[in-house]
Design a protein around this ligand. Structure first.
Ligand code: PXP
Length: 245
C-alpha cells in the first residue's frame, strides 16, 4: 500500500494587509485580525517581516501577533542589532533571516550566507540560546545550503522567487530542478526544508511535489486574492493546493 504523504503546511505572510493600512496611515485592515482569520481557515503559521523602514508591519503588530496567534509566529528580519533586540524581546517561534535593501520592492534574493558566515554565526547562536528556532532564506545553491548547515540553523527557506517569475518552459524547469537538488541536500544535512517567495495559485503545485518541502511561506498571492474573495476562502483554496494525497 502506498504511504500516506504529509501535506505541505501553509504559513501566511500578512505584511501586505499592513501595506494597505499604511497607504492611508489608517487602522484598517488590521494584520492581527487577518492572522486570526487565516489561522481559523487552517493556516499552520503566520509570517511577518518587520523591516528597518517599517513600511508595513509595525512593532505594535508584532507584539499583538505574539500574544494572540495560536499556531506559530515566524518573524522575518535582517540580521541587524536593532532586530536582534526586538527578536529577543518578542521571542517569535522562528526567526527567518533575510537580506534587506531599503529601496527594494520585496526581498530580492537569498542571504549570502557564505560571505557573512562569521557575523551570522554569533547572531544565530544568540537567537538559538534564547529558544528561538532559526531559519535562513537562501538561494538554491549547494554552497549556500552547506553554509547554512555549518551555522547550525534549524531550517532553511529555499528562495522560489526565480522559479516563480518564469513562465512554464525550459528556464523554469531548470530553476525547479535547482530547488529540488537544494531541498534534497538540505534534508541530507538534517535541515527542515521550507520554501517561498512569489508562489501563487498557478505555480505552487510543482513546488508541492518536492517531497522534502514541509512548509511554504506565501503572502502576496493570498492577500491579493483575499481582496476579491475574502481571507477565509483565499487561505482555504491555497491549502487545497498544498495537499499531497
Ligand atoms: N519568504 C520570504 C523570505 C519573503 O521575504 C517573502 C516576502 O515577504 C515571502 C516568503 C513571501 O513572498 P510572497 O509575498 O511573494 O508570497
Amino acid at each position: 500500500m502506498e504511504k500516506e504523504k504529509k501535506d505541505v503546511r501553509l504559513a501566511v505572510n500578512v505584511d501586505h494587509f499592513a501595506t494597505l493600512r499604511q497607504a492611508r496611515r489608517s487602522t484598517e485592515p488590521d494584520p492581527v485580525l487577518v492572522a486570526l482569520l487565516a489561522e481559523q481557515a487552517g493556516a499552520s503559521g503566520i509570517v511577518t517581516h518587520l523591516r528597518g523602514d517599517r513600511r508595513h508591519i509595525q512593532e505594535r503588530d508584532l507584539r499583538l501577533l505574539r500574544e494572540i496567534i495560536k499556531t506559530k509566529l515566524n518573524l522575518e528580519m535582517a540580521a541587524t542589532e536593532e532586530m536582534k533586540k526586538i527578536a529577543l524581546k518578542i521571542k517569535p517561534d522562528v526567526v527567518s533571516l533575510v537580506p534587506e535593501r531599503p529601496e527594494e520592492l520585496t526581498t530580492e534574493g537569498g542571504l549570502d550566507v557564505r560571505r557573512q558566515e562569521k557575523q551570522l554565526f554569533q547572531f544565530v547562536q544568540l537567537l538559538k540560546k534564547a529558544g528561538i528556532r532559526v531559519s535562513i532564506f537562501v538561494d538554491a545553491i549547494e554552497d549556500q545550503i552547506n553554509a547554512c548547515c555549518q551555522l547550525g540553523v534549524d531550517l532553511i527557506e529555499i528562495n522560489t522567487g526565480r522559479y516563480a517569475e518564469l513562465k512554464p518552459g525550459r528556464a523554469r524547469d531548470k530553476a525547479l530542478e535547482a530547488i529540488k537538488l537544494a531541498a534534497s541536500l538540505a534534508e541530507e544535512l538534517g535541515l527542515e526544508v521550507h520554501a517561498g517567495h512569489g508562489l501563487d495559485y498557478h505555480n505552487v503545485k510543482p513546488i508541492v511535489a518536492i517531497p522534502q518541502i514541509e512548509e511554504l511561506s506565501i503572502g502576496f498571492a493570498i492577500v491579493a486574492r483575499s481582496a476579491v474573495v475574502g481571507i477565509d476562502r483565499a487561505v482555504r483554496d491555497m491549502i487545497q493546493l498544498l495537499k499531497r494525497n
